[in-house]
Design a protein around this ligand. Structure first.
Ligand SMILES: *[C@@H]1O[C@H](CO)[C@@H](O)[C@H](O)[C@H]1NC(C)=O
Ligand SMILES: *[C@@H]1O[C@H](CO)[C@@H](O)[C@H](O)[C@H]1NC(C)=O
Ligand SMILES: *[C@@H]1O[C@H](CO)[C@@H](O)[C@H](O)[C@H]1NC(C)=O
Length: 206
């Protein structure tokens, strides 16, 4: 009895596994496309050089999602990787929208960069929802953040440079999607030291 149950389970897995791997690698492909668009050359050109010096935009505190946010949220016992990946996506999409709001219709950063980036995130989102169990409860800590992200009479804005929105998005992406960016675990992208200039231990994807 147990054996046939095991066998059936095993056969079931054999069938579902390649399917899952496909979705998985499509998801990684989508993320790698985003990564290429977020490389340092393009981030500098479109998010810094195309703006006045020291230009800042107003964002909510929750719209800043950095490596230290991840380490803090990981200490909450009911928060798992999937929740953090979902939050990463929400914050990234909001950040891009925020920057688009201040840009005139014909600004090159809008036309040549952010519009395309927005589409890439939308494409990734499809794989994301395919992979995550929809019925799972959102932990309180994550729900609080999501609520503040869309609170209509929000207090406590802060100023950030547009480039820093994407810089943080880039780093946290590497940290949260190890399976795509460091499958053999060679790089500790979650460690802020990894991203410091002159870090000797690893190559520098800035
Ligand atoms: C970033 O991407 C652009 C466009 O694909 C490419 O020209 C540039 O060399 C890349 N920069 C780096 C640092 O990889
Ligand atoms: C931009 O900010 C830097 C650092 O805060 C400051 O040293 C510099 O003078 C500012 N530049 C301009 C043009 O305001
Ligand atoms: C990240 O941390 C900062 C500073 O502690 C906080 O203000 C912000 O709300 C956090 N962001 C998220 C998305 O949790």
């Amino acid at each position: 009895m147990v054996q046939s149950w095991l066998l059936r389970g095993f056969l079931g897995l054999m069938w579902i596994l390649p399917l899952w791997m496909d979705v998985m690698s499509d998801k990684c492909k989508a993320l790698h496309t985003i990564k290429d668009q977020l490389n340092i050359t393009l981030r500098r050109r479109y998010m810094k050089q195309n703006f006045p010096i020291n230009y800042t935009i107003q964002v909510r505190y929750e719209e800043v999602f950095r490596l230290h946010n991840i380490s803090r949220l990981r200490n909450e016992e009911d928060v798992n990787l999937m929740h953090l990946q979902g939050l990463w996506l929400t914050v990234a999409q909001k950040g891009i929208k925020k920057i688009l709001q201040v840009l005139p219709e014909k600004h090159p950063t809008r036309r040549k960069y952010l519009t395309g980036l927005e589409n890439l995130f939308r494409m990734y989102e499809q794989y994301g929802t395919l992979l995550s169990p929809a019925e799972e409860e959102t932990p309180d800590s994550i729900r609080d953040i999501l609520e503040r992200l869309s609170e209509p009479d929000y207090q406590g804005w802060r100023s950030v440079k547009p480039k820093s929105v994407l810089d943080n998005c880039y780093r946290t992406m590497h940290c949260l999607f190890k399976e795509c960016f460091s499958p053999d675990g060679n790089y500790d992208y979650c460690n802020i030291l990894h991203w410091r200039k002159g870090s000797r231990t690893t190559p520098q994807p800035t």
